[in-house]
Write a protein that binds this ligand. Structure first.
Ligand code: NAI
Ligand code: MG
Length: 494
């Protein structure tokens, strides 16, 4: 197999370490590609290239916004031409069902188009400051931050890359990028597209490798002006600490343990389906998964009967066969999830369905887990407190609205939350009380590149997507122009 390479300063090259890494398909455990495995020197080389592109060459930064937008539209166009290949790549590398990967590619294309459209729109403001020093015109402009380091996880390999790259590039920054070592292939294809679309050399640099050897070097570097990361809270905390070296800007999109609050007046069929989407989509490997079902006691039995019946019918298999649910990213993550399931049993939760690795038919050598539902959970249980990042739902019950809100907020995370009820005013009351950045009424999970995405509490810092997502990759400069005729203001008395 050819060794897939880094893209640094416009050149595809192998790491200086000489090491490689096998890329595994989680549906069957087979090696599907070999990539170069970078070390700290590659990371530093990429940072130097990005720095030179931003501060010396200035090609991308100084390009008219409409011209940058045209190149980003070209990226979207090339992605569209290769959409099947991109979807197949994420399906094989990540293990997700093909139709979900197709959805990711389509969302990724839309995200490039959105930021291409946004970047030449009005920005900044004019301020009424006239006081003290005579007539003054005060206004703001938005400028790129500089060298942005970006690190992504493996659960939405292409889409997470695009959520970061589209706004950062639209704003005129230079980028050093590290995809997850567990699913790097679609990002490599995206950088091939960047090259074809004409993004200038040194502007977007790709470094393939792991956290300690590449990601940590990005976080610590004093030549990096900003770092954005999606992944675990633990790694996010490490990055935030390392970023104090030069007080670089930080954007973190971290874990969650999001609630789905269901009231007794709901449409049962619809609510059950949203509950399933909330925890079994992408096999539960979703930061915003609604992994805690908080349900009104009076309908619990009826709701869970239906939910369990449907969960048992979920088809599981290799992503290319388009099952309802695909594989877990690695053997390690699978075992971690199985460990959580054990802890649920040991701590007294009642297992309603699933709970095991799935090895039927073509799944024998892959990393699959059955859709799993635990009833009779209590707030102190590990499966209720910690992010499992797998197809495991914990069920809690309430009798009053206040109790529902208290349970929903009883978490160190604050990424997302959802409520299902036919009572509109109650839906609004509950949502307003939720300490979470992404919320849904009468649904769970729909995500749009036009709206800001991010969390409260330990779920992160800052927002991606929408106008906020662009502004994260910009510095705001105030400009104050003295409008008085050029003569001394006479401040000093001598
Ligand atoms: P992770 O947070 O360790 O990995 C995510 C990314 O960070 C990868 O690109 C990785 O190489 C990089 N990284 C790791 N250590 C680093 C370091 N010291 N400095 C800089 N970059 C570093 O997540 P992992 O180990 O893959 O999964 C563990 C758990 O994290 C999951 O079970 C899940 O709970 C959570 N997670 C959350 C995600 C989200 O979307 N919020 C996505 C992926 C994982
Ligand atoms: Mg893989």
């Amino acid at each position: 197999m050819d060794i897939l390479m880094n893209y640094i300063d416009g050149i595809w090259e192998k790491s200086q370490t000489g090491k490689t890494r096998d890329v595994i398909c989680p549906s069957d455990g087979k090696v599907i590609a070999v990539v170069t495995e970078s070390g700290p020197d590659d990371a530093k080389k990429a940072i130097a290239a990005a720095k030179k592109a931003f501060y010396k060459d200035r090609t991308w930064r100084d390009m008219a916004a409409v011209e940058r937008a045209a190149i980003l539209r070209k990226v979207a166009e090339l992605m569209e031409e290769q959409c099947e290949e991109l979807a197949k790549t994420d399906t094989l590398d990540n293990g997700k069902p093909y139709r979900e990967a197709e959805g990711d590619v389509s969302d990724a294309i839309e995200c490039f188009q959105y930021y291409a459209g946004l970047i030449d729109k009005p920005e900044g403001g004019v301020y009424n400051v006239n006081k003290g020093f005579g007539p003054m015109h005060s206004y703001t402009v938005h400028e790129p931050v500089g060298v942005c380091a970006q690190i992504t996880p493996w659960n939405y390999p292409l889409l997470m890359a695009v959520w970061k790259l589209a706004p950062a590039l639209a704003a005129g920054n230079s980028v050093v990028f590290k995809p997850s070592e567990n699913a790097p292939l679609s990002t490599i294809k995206l950088f091939e597209i960047f090259e074809k679309a004409g993004i200038p050399k040194g502007t977007a640099n790709l470094v393939l490798g792991d956290g300690p050897n590449v990601g940590a070097v990005f976080a610590e570097s004093e030549d990096v002006d900003m770092i954005t990361f999606t992944g675990s809270t633990k790694t996010g905390q490490f990055i935030a600490k390392a970023a104090t070296s030069n007080l670089k800007k930080v954007g973190l999109e971290l874990g969650g343990k999001s609630p789905l609050v269901v009231f007794a007046d709901c449409d049962l069929e619809a609510a059950v389906e949203w509950a399933m989407i909330g925890i079994f989509f992408n096999a539960g490997q979703v930061c915003a998964a609604t992994s805690r079902l908080i349900i009104e006691k009076s309908i619990k039995e009826a709701f869970l009967d239906k939910l369990v019946e449907k969960a048992k019918k979920i088809t599981i298999g290799p992503g290319m066969e388009n099952p309802d649910m695909g594989a877990i990213i690695t053997e390690g993550q699978m075992n971690k999830i199985l460990g959580y399931i054990e802890s649920g049993k040991n701590e007294g939760a009642k297992l309603l369905c699933g709970g095991k690795r799935y090895t039927e038919g073509k799944c024998a050598d892959g990393f699959f887990i059955e859709p799993t539902i635990f009833d009779e959970c209590t707030p102190d249980m590990t499966i209720v407190k910690e992010e499992i990042f797998g197809p495991v739902l914990s069920v809690l019950t309430f009798e009053t609205e206040e109790e529902a809100i208290e349970l929903a907020n009883d978490t160190e995370y604050g990424l997302a939350g959802a409520v299902i009820t036919k009572d509109g005013a109650r839906a609004m009351r509950v949502i307003q009380e939720l300490r979470a950045g992404i919320t849904w009424i009468n649904c769970s999970q729909p995500t749009f590149c036009q709206a800001p995405w991010g969390g409260y509490k330990k779920s992160g810092i800052g927002r991606e997507l929408g106008v906020h997502g662009l502004e994260e990759y910009q510095e705001v400069k105030q400009i104050n122009m003295n409008l008085a005729p050029a003569e001394p203001v006479g401040w000093f008395t001598h």
